[in-house]
Design a protein around this ligand. Structure first.
Ligand code: NDP
Length: 324
């Protein structure tokens, strides 16, 4: 018997319905997984609300998981029953069992457990492309990273430090700031009580940042642009407070010939080679302890709605995992 959380009609957390489902056998190029842990990410909220429309109805949300291969479809040669694998996308993760294209999963290193793998694939590979590809962070790089105590944020705080860069974090409240600082952020601004633009000016002695990583969207735009040096890069990669409204590109000229990009993990891992390179780099920093994955919240799969409520209410820090 397999179970999944399905969304029949997009909306609030109550749209997440725990139901019995029939999974079937894997088709050509697919494997069937028994999932041991499922990662919960902010993108799951966008799927649930309909901000990111899904092609089918009902659909199963969830972009991340880890488990064992229990059946292999035709044409799959590099995976066998019993292999431990993890993935970040496509959707369909909130389930005890699922089918997935074999070329979208990677084998897990022996030293990494299912819960950690499920917590790190999406957030960790995101940080990897953001700090190694979108902008090459290295010694001397100064970046501003919003929501530094969140799932993506805690991984970023550690990874930027590991690369020799300086991360100025923002977080909602003193406790969250303490956590970001303990994880490698050089500074943390409580943007609930402080003006983050003024604080960035103070911290950098007026030099400002090379790059701003902004996953908050509406609430931090356009102020985030004022934290950049001329020719700096604005990376808008999420919408936790709602999407940025239509903007006039002239604002980029007015604020110093800025660059702006709106990247996605899917684009940076669309080829098998890019996926494997990104995952291996993540496994490497985690295996050697440079980045520690913090699963600060676990819920039963059937309680996914409560996990969404807590995430949206800004009650969580680090990564969240659902257990089937
Ligand atoms: P987080 O754990 O970071 O949770 C979101 C955090 O955003 C909250 O904890 C809160 O932190 C902050 N926040 C600020 N304003 C709001 C608001 N109005 N409502 C809710 N939260 C708010 O989530 P994830 O680590 O899963 O994801 C972080 C961001 O990265 C998301 O926006 C996500 O969409 C994006 N993302 C983008 C990817 C891409 O490739 N483009 C891939 C993966 C994630 P605080 O209280 O400290 O402000």
């Amino acid at each position: 018997m397999a179970y999944a959380i399905r969304v029949h009609k997009t909306g609030g957390p109550e749209a997440l319905q725990y139901e019995e489902v029939s999974v079937g056998a894997p088709g050509a190029g697919e494997v069937k997984l028994k999932q041991h842990a499922i990662g919960l990410n902010y993108i799951d909220v966008y799927l649930r609300t309909g901000l990111y429309p899904q092609p089918t109805s009902p659909f199963i949300p969830g972009m991340e998981g880890a488990g064992e291969v229990i059946a292999v479809g035709s044409g799959v040669t590099d995976l066998k029953v019993g292999d431990r694998v993890s993935y970040a996308g496509p959707a369909g993760g909130y389930a005890t069992e699922r089918l997935i294209a074999a070329d979208r999963v990677v084998k897990m290193p022996d030293g990494i457990d299912y819960k950690t793998a499920a917590a790190m694939m999406l957030q960790g590979m995101t940080v990897r492309y953001l700090v190694r590809k979108t902008y090459k962070v290295g010694p001397g790089t100064v970046c501003l990273w919003h929501a530094a105590a969140g799932g993506v944020g805690l991984i970023a705080s550690q990874w930027v430090k590991h690369l020799g860069g300086t991360l100025i974090g923002t977080a909602g409240g003193p406790e969250k700031c303490k956590l970001a600082l303990a994880n490698g952020a050089a500074h943390c601004i409580d943007y609930k009580s402080e003006n983050f633009v003024e604080r960035v000016k103070q911290i950098t002695g007026g030099k400002l940042c090379d790059v701003v990583y902004d996953s908050i969207g509406k609430d931090t735009f356009p102020a985030s642009l004022d934290c950049l040096k001329p020719l700096g890069l604005f990376v808008t990669f999420g919408n936790a407070s709602g999407p940025i409204e239509a903007m006039n590109p002239g604002i980029l000229a007015a604020k110093g010939s800025l660059y702006m990009t709106r990247p996605s993990l899917a684009a940076y891992t669309s080829s098998r080679a890019d996926l494997v390179e990104t995952a291996n780099d993540l496994f490497d920093v985690v295996s050697k302890g440079a980045v520690k994955i913090q699963v600060n919240h676990t819920y039963a799969l059937k309680d996914a709605a409560q996990a969404h409520r807590d995430l949206e209410a800004r009650k969580t820090t680090g990564s969240i995992v659902l257990l089937p």
